[in-house]
Write a protein that binds this ligand. Structure first.
Ligand SMILES: [Zn+2]
Length: 286
């Protein structure tokens, strides 16, 4: 029988290493662990440093909102120029809260931003430095994965559906299949997202998380009027699937910031509904 996971213990053992960095007025969150790797550039954009007007103020990087396209492109250009990315190499997932993962080649550079969209996917992998992987997030988490030995990278968007479908685990597997990468060598970081206290769902869904991840304390049950609700830790689901994929615990870190509670830094769908923007995560090799 599989070992029972304890969310509290697993999260206590996982490094939290989010740091805020600002360049040319553009703010991003980075993982200290990933930042130490000289061969990659990564970040998770905040809402600071763009040109968007309320309610999208100011660095909206989501392309599915009701905002002028020119503003969104200008925001991507500002992010690129601040953090040494090539705007024409940004390749953005076209997420559908699924678990499809696409391998990108040199000729896919720019798709979804300066060129035509990719096919629907929530995860992307590459081993070419001419492609910068980009994903969009509003409360959804995501995975950064870097394999030093094969020089390959993966990035995924993971809302609760993607998390439940183990897209992080599948991203690891895909790097193994495509590039011969080994989980043992991989470094992973988990994006900022809605925290357990803020992520209220029906108790039934919370229970299915507990059984999928073999982790009874992955959620806390509501009390009183909220007795039919549960509060699920997407971070625990993320850590467990990376461990199940074979990534070493010491190579996993969490950008432990709640998107709902940090209004100054993040857009939040749960907090603001449709009238809000999206942050973007980016990852490239140099
Ligand atoms: Zn929260």
């Amino acid at each position: 029988m599989a070992m029972i996971n304890r969310a509290e213990e697993l999260l206590a053992k996982t490094v939290s290493d989010a740091v805020y960095v600002e360049k040319d007025g553009v703010g991003i969150i980075v993982s200290e662990r990933l930042k130490r790797e000289p061969s990659i550039v990564h970040g998770f954009a905040t809402r600071r440093g763009g040109v968007s007007k309320p309610p999208f103020d100011t660095l909206n990087l989501g392309t599915s909102r009701n905002e002028p396209w020119d503003n969104i492109m200008e925001n991507y250009k500002r992010l690129s120029s601040a953090f040494g990315l090539n705007f024409n190499e940004l390749s953005l997932v076209r997420h559908e809260h699924g678990d499809n993962i696409i391998r990108l080649e040199k000729e896919d550079a720019g798709r979804g931003v300066s060129r035509e969209q990719l096919d629907f996917c929530d995860g992307i992998v590459t081993n070419v430095p001419e492609v910068t992987l980009v994903t969009c997030h509003a409360d959804c988490s995501g995975f950064f994965i870097y394999d030093k030995r094969t020089r390959s990278i993966g990035l995924a968007h993971a809302g609760w559906k993607g998390m439940f479908k183990r897209i992080g685990q599948k991203l690891v597997k895909r790097l193994e299949d495509e590039y011969g990468a080994r989980p043992d060598d991989m470094i992973a970081a988990i994006c900022p997202c809605i925290c357990r206290e803020c992520f209220e769902v029906e108790a039934e869904l919370a229970e299915s998380f507990a059984s999928e991840f073999n982790c009874p304390d992955i959620f806390v049950r509501g009390t009183g009027e909220k007795a039919d609700k549960g509060y699920v830790s997407l971070q625990a689901a993320a850590v467990i699937q990376l461990l199940d994929a074979g990534v070493r615990h010491e190579n996993i870190s969490i950008m432990d910031l709640c998107t709902v509670e940090n209004r100054e830094l993040f857009y939040s769908y749960r907090r603001d509904g449709h009238d809000t923007g999206s942050m973007a995560a980016f990852l490239r090799m140099v």
